[in-house]
Design a protein around this ligand. Structure first.
Ligand code: PEP
Ligand code: MG
Length: 325
């Protein structure tokens, strides 16, 4: 049975009634590419770039980063790879950050905030990503955007880096799409305004759940409250998807919920454009997708949106899964 799931994984991720989504992979190492391709992924929807920066005293050089990114883009071409800029802090600390002694690193100088403060590191990474974009199909993703000002600052720096490359005659893809992670409640609420200034959204449910419900995603004492099907989370995701589609941009869900068979039908009902999940989850999730009916997902979503407790939503999902899939 496992073998037949694997064999079918190269078939398109299409529901029984013909609704197609992109199934992409979340990876952090170039070595994971064979697994991505074998699993039948449409590309890499989230390349976590922290690895090269961790466990060393000095930051990697532009050439080191460029070599890594260009190799990745080349191996995946013509499939897309979405490079997320440095998302350090909280669970992934750099030596510069540990010196800050932040009482609450998850709410501290992390991700895009760190990059806007340490622009030398940020510019080096952006140059490397842009140069790598000449070797395949690349997109750029900014993590932890909390508001428009931050996004505009990041895009301003990106434009300055592009101009430097132009002046130096260095090739890059001038049309490389630029997106943001929607993973803070503030970004959810202003998602319509944000959608007007980017090419795509990627919803990071791991952090969105943490920051919306006030639950440290790594704290076992409160893990019982870490509930992806909390009505506040379902409504937040729906709100973001609707804002994006109203503004004509695409939405990917890249947190763990996208590979949770209980959450997937609800996300499908929202008509998300893509999911990005761990490579090893791809064959199984494609198998489920190909046995799912979109109209039933929409019906389930309608019911779920009217519910106000997690237990009601869980019951609705279980009934749907057992009765129909
Ligand atoms: C997320 O926050 O959901 C996400 C995909 O990113 P990370 O787990 O790297 O924070
Ligand atoms: Mg995140």
């Amino acid at each position: 049975y496992q073998k037949s799931i694997r064999r079918q994984s190269t078939l398109p991720a299409e529901t029984l009634d013909g609704y197609r989504i992109d199934v992409q992979a979340n990876i952090e190492l170039v070595e994971e590419v064979p697994q991505v391709l074998d699993g039948g992924a449409d590309g890499v929807g989230l390349y976590r770039t922290e690895y090269a920066f961790l466990n060393r005293r000095t930051s990697p050089t532009e050439e080191e980063l460029y070599d890594e990114y260009a190799q990745l883009a080349g191996l995946l071409s013509p499939r897309r790879v979405v490079f997320r800029t440095l998302d350090v802090g909280a669970d992934k600390m750099l030596s510069e950050q540990s010196q800050l002694e932040e009482p609450n690193p998850a709410l501290g100088l992390r991700a895009i905030r760190f990059c806007l403060r340490h622009q030398d590191v940020f510019r080096r990474q952006l140059r490397a990503i842009l140069r790598a974009s000449a070797h395949g199909t690349a997109s750029l993703l900014f993590p932890m955007i909390s508001g428009l000002h931050e996004l505009r600052q990041a895009k301003h720096i990106l434009n300055e880096v592009r101009a430097e490359l132009d002046a130096a005659g260095q090739p890059y893809d001038p049309d490389m799409p630029v997106g943001i992670m929607v993973e803070l409640p503030s970004a959810v609420l202003i998602s319509e305004a944000l959608a007007q200034e980017v090419d795509f959204f990627s919803i990071g449910t791991n952090d969105l759940i943490q920051y919306s419900l006030g639950i440290d995603r790594g704290n076992k004492h409160v893990s019982y409250l870490y509930q992806p099907l909390h009505p506040a989370i379902v409504r937040s995701i729906k709100y973001v998807v609707d804002s994006a589609h109203r503004m004509g941009i695409s939405v990917c869900v890249c947190g763990e919920v996208a590979s949770d068979p209980y959450c997937l039908p609800i996300l499908l009902g929202m008509q998300i454009d893509a999911i990005s999940i761990a490579p090893q989850a791809i064959p199984g999730i494609k198998h489920i997708l190909r046995r799912t009916n979109m109209e039933e997902c929409k019906e389930l979503l309608r019911d779920v949106l009217s519910a106000s407790t997690v237990s009601t939503i869980n019951r609705m999902v279980k009934e749907t899964i057992y009765n129909r899939f």
